[in-house]
Design a protein around this ligand. Structure first.
Ligand SMILES: [Cu+2]
Length: 624
């Protein structure tokens, strides 16, 4: 690995003499995965691939560039993601791969049939070509990927991080009218010991492009949208859709796939895609306007991913200098009106009014400022530095119109997203984006306010949170529980127990740009008093900016059980409400309701901990 890296660095930093047999870096073009590579004759796909040194252009074509390796079809441009392999089931596939690097072995994974047996890797010595031959028997969403150093998917960092391409096997004769998205992540640490110090530069792309340069999609209201998503990157990504639920038809990896049929298909607004995972989804844009599909890790949609920053490397938060903007893993969607949106049955003609203030509280996290919401009751405004972290729980009634006035008492612009609520585009909360042509939601300026009006159509556990400068604002406390209850079943604190996990400070000011965790606003939440034999509804929310979080309940001797009831605010079908071990992995932007009935007196441990090494916050369940 070291020998290879050394060669590679020299290659990129010096003019290359063609006489040594290696070529200068080429332009790597973004691949929208619409055109299958290779040639198909007599049910045989023939494809010749090679790996090249190149430069990625995640923003404008010809804009700031980053060196990386990429796959190319011989005789064509190098692409990121690599050339698309897409065939109907039953097709014979012959793929050759050339390794141009004399001093390293290239290992290519995933070029094989997906019937269940492990796919053997293609090991290609330096300067040589090898061929994989297989019949693609099993339909699904897969990918191929390569390493020059026998690294696994999570171990591929910067130079070989984009050595990946989609491999899709369609049912025989099926239309290919869906779209395929490959997520790319390239991490590169800074190095201050170099003669010319290098700043850290991370890149995150969808089909080779970073927001706002990702492809824009226009759909007709009511049409079904079909997507395949592939995450061959070294990171997890909780992928969140604004305004609508999506249905997951399959989940898989580069090697195999699991399909869900009928009501077993998860209906969710966020799916946590782990490194190496794939999914096939569909959704119906029922309401017109502008919407987003994006990763819910704050860093993965942050200004850190904008290339070509100022020479000082300074990153500003204040609206008076460089305003925050999104970058990275964001897709923009326009839905054209076509007919009428389905109306929510009203349970009340009158709007409920809420006044929600976004405020700051100095020295809330050590010397760092906390941001938080507070509601105004009556005519007197709360004190300017009074905040609640998490924000006050907003309890709305299904079918009752609500009119929420958001007042900005911060020193920078903000906006509130009503996460999981099926609402109109304008109040959805993405500043400068939400809305329809001619009526776009503005950022809420300091001292200004914005009125969000909607009718929640579904009872469940939702979230409200800032959708501006999330690393700072959400990490520092601008999030809260949004509970929608049926008109005839009010919130019952004796039954409904909310466990909300948020950030513990502004991520940009913390080590690794990571905000640790708080559970119900605390690192040491008080015990929950429960009665033996009584059934409770635990409403678990992960709205931490950075961490995958596991919720579990254990006694001294064993893991407890619970009954899953809802995901992301949508009730599970009866067939899915089966008693299961009390263990749940969540990504930011996910909520889960379970019913829990303590069977014996004593103490149980509800543990909230990060999936990878990070932090643990236990909560005692005291059963009497
Ligand atoms: Cu992400």
């Amino acid at each position: 690995m070291r020998a290879y890296l050394g060669t590679y660095l020299i290659l990129l930093s010096l003019p290359v003499n063609p006489a040594v047999g290696r070529e200068a870096p080429v332009t790597i073009v973004a691949n929208d995965n619409r055109t299958p590579a290779g040639s198909l004759r007599d049910n045989v796909l023939t494809l010749h691939l090679e790996v090249r040194d190149g430069i990625l252009y995640p923003e404008e074509d010809g804009g700031p560039g980053l060196p990386a390796l990429a796959f190319a079809e011989v005789g064509r441009d190098a692409q990121n993601p690599g050339p698309l392999i897409r065939v109907h089931a039953g097709t014979m596939v012959r793929v050759s791969v050339r390794n141009p690097f004399r001093d390293s072995v290239l290992t290519v994974h995933g070029l094989g049939d997906h019937a269940g047996a492990p796919i053997s890797a293609l090991r290609i010595p330096g300067g040589q070509t090898r061929e994989a031959r297989f019949r693609a028997s099993t339909e699904g969403t897969y990918f191929y990927w390569a390493s020059t150093g026998d690294r696994n998917i999570e171990g591929r960092r910067w130079f070989e991080s984009q050595l990946t391409g989609a491999l899709v096997v369609d049912p025989p004769g099926a239309r290919q009218d869906d779209r395929i998205f490959v997520i790319g992540v390239r991490f590169r640490e800074g190095d201050t010991t170099l003669a010319v110090p290098r700043r850290p530069q991370d890149m995150m792309v969808i089909n080779g492009k970073s927001w706002p340069h990702t492809e824009r999609f226009t759909y007709d209201q009511g049409d079904t949208v079909r997507w395949r998503w592939i995450n061959p990157s070294s990171s997890a990504h909780p992928m969140h859709l604004h305004g609508f639920y999506y249905s997951v038809a399959s989940k898989g990896t580069w090697e195999r796939e699991h399909t869900y049929d009928g009501e077993a298909r998860p209906l969710i607004v966020t799916n946590l895609m782990l490194p190496g995972e794939t999914m096939r989804v569909s959704w119906i844009p029922e309401r017109p306007g502008n919407w987003l599909f994006h990763c819910h890790f704050a860093f993965h949609v942050s200004h850190h991913l904008v290339l070509g920053r100022s020479e000082s490397g300074a990153i500003a938060h204040s609206a008076t200098t460089v305003p925050h903007r999104m970058a990275g893993l964001v897709l923009g969607i326009h839905v054209k009106p076509k007919g009428v949106s389905p109306a929510v049955p009203l349970t009340s003609r009158k709007s409920r009014s809420i006044r929600l203030l976004a405020q700051m509280s100095p020295n809330r996290f050590g010397k760092l400022t906390g941001f938080g919401y507070v509601t105004q009751e009556g005519a007197t405004e709360p004190k300017r530095d009074s905040v609640q972290i998490p924000g006050p729980m907003l309890v709305l009634k299904r079918g009752e119109p609500v009119r929420i006035t958001v007042v900005n008492h911060l020193k920078e612009t903000t906006a509130v997203h009503w996460h999981g609520i099926e609402l109109e585009s304008f109040p959805d909360g993405v500043p400068g984006w939400s809305g329809t042509p001619g009526r776009t939601m503005p950022p809420i300026a300091p001292a200004d306010s914005f009125i969000a009006e909607f009718v929640p159509p579904r009872a469940g556990t939702f979230i409200y949170h800032t959708h501006a400068n999330e690393q700072l604002q959400m990490g520092a406390g601008l999030y809260g529980t949004l509970l929608v209850v049926p008109a005839d079943k009010p919130y019952d604190p004796e039954y409904d127990k909310v466990i909300i996990v948020g950030g513990a400070g502004p991520a940009d000011s913390l080590p690794n740009f990571e905000s640790p965790g708080l559970v119900n606003g605390s690192t040491a939440p008080p015990p929950l008093e429960l009665k033996m034999g009584k059934t409770y509804r635990l409403r678990m929310i992960n709205i931490n900016p950075d961490w995958r979080v596991i919720f579990s309940i254990t006694s001294d001797s064993a893991m407890a059980t619970w009954r899953p009831m809802a995901m992301d605010g949508a009730d599970l079908p009866l067939s899915q409400r089966k008693v299961a071990p009390a263990w749940l992995l969540t990504g930011p932007g996910q909520t889960a309701d379970v019913e829990f009935t303590p069977a014996v007196r004593g103490e149980l441990r509800l543990e909230i901990k990060t999936m990878i090494a990070g932090w643990i916050i236990p909560m005692t369940l005291r059963v009497r």
